[in-house]
Design a protein around this ligand. Sequence first.
Ligand code: FAD
Ligand code: SF4
Length: 481
Amino acid sequence: MKEKNPVFVEIPRATPREVPVALRVLGWGEIYGDFDAGQGEQQAGRCIDCGNPYCEWQCPVHNYVPNWLKLAREGRVFEAAALMHETNPLPEICGRVCPQDRLCEGACTLNDGFGAVTIGAIEKNIVDEAFRQGWRPDLAGVKPSGRRVAIVGAGPAGLAAADRLARAGVAATVFDRYEEIGGLLTFGIPPFKLDKETVKLRRRVLEGMGVEFRLGVEIGRDLPFDALLERYDAVFVGTGAYREVAAGLPGDDLPGVMPALPFLIANVRRLLGSDAGSDASLDLRGKHVVVLGGGDTGMDCNRTAIRLGAASVTCVYRRDEANMPGSRREVKNAREEGVRFLFNRQPLDVLGSERVEGVRVVETRLVADGRNRARPEAIAGSEETLRADVVIVAFGFRPSPPDWCVDAGIDVDDSGRLKVGGTGRLPYQTTNPRVFAGGDNVRGADLVVRAVHDGREAAASIVRSLAIGTAFARESESSFA
Ligand code: FAD
Ligand code: SF4
């Protein structure tokens, strides 16, 4: 009798429905929908539970992936959602924005020839469905400790810390200078990758867990940092990395040249009905846009410019496609939506008299020295000029340590990152023992899931430092290095 093929052979990898390109560029909605009925369970059933789950190791928060895939396969939505939250305070968000091809799915055993399990989409769909059905984290057994912690920054690092502190019975108050929570989840990542209602729902979930948000409050301007040290038992600082890497090109001060983040933020604010509705820089109708940079921020600018009606969008990157830092999925999406990629091109200067009219670029070849990443080298005589009415500079971000760090005794390294951990300190504890930090302000610009990891682990350290004997603190000891 012929043996039956394993599930992963019988059922090929499938991703949730995608909004057709012609429709998605007309609006701002997420481009991925849900799985068809029963398809999520089927896809979860492709996991072979290989015994050595590389996906777990490659996932920065070490999600119990095979265990929740089994629950998802069996349709046990609430249990799967609860298990996801044990390691990841923001699973529905990571399921949407993680570059899975470089993380869990890239490491899946089936990725070698059969197509990785669609881990991210299943994570997103399970939590969305659990929330739809009314599931919420169960904190019934949590005893209030009487301790209070202030969190500066409502980005993924701060939100993850708030979640873990709430679970440990610590009252967490999150301060943010913006009018909504999320940090770059709200004011950086565009809505076609992460719908803002998802972040708002997470806010309601956290508020239901007892987390308090004080928004529109900039620490250092509206409230001194000292006040937090006086009023709270400890402070977590998750202020992100906001210093844009400048283009440094002749002519980059011409009108029409703009940095990536203010452009993306203005657009989100406009969509949220906030103050930037009349920002002229957002009117790209009929304009030729050149985006400099090949990272995720560059991809977001490309795709935003397409939706703002640009006549053409050209993305210039100085290395080749294989060396692009951006997620493969986002490059594919950008290309489908009409973005033209010019690889191996180094911008030389921005041209124009009254305002930008073009960008001069030179072709590059990659030179490997066997040790570092291949270096782009200009090919003499290959210069060309690209027509541009608008140039968006997306060369990345550096940490931007708040001014009050110095007065608060929080040491910062030469590149502006807050120093944490080390001899005699808990993980994520700064040089002020009552202050902890994590996310982009400690690592430099990185990923949502790594910020989540830091917030989670910093909260574990805070709980230890406050000597609260909760189950959560004991659980977290395994990660105490
Ligand atoms: P942030 O998200 O930056 O949050 C910091 C918060 O601190 C902000 O809300 C800020 O207002 C607040 N704050 C700062 N100073 C103060 C103060 N003094 N007082 C009060 N509040 C303050 N990562 C991915 O994994 N996938 C992606 O697809 C992706 N896309 C990206 C797209 C763009 C355009 C950008 C810029 C980044 C992207 N990233 C992506 C990276 C990811 O967003 C960041 O790594 C992550 O948000 C860092 O989290 P964080 O909490 O450290 O900081
Ligand atoms: Fe994959 Fe990110 Fe989910 Fe981890 S958190 S399993 S890396 S999608």
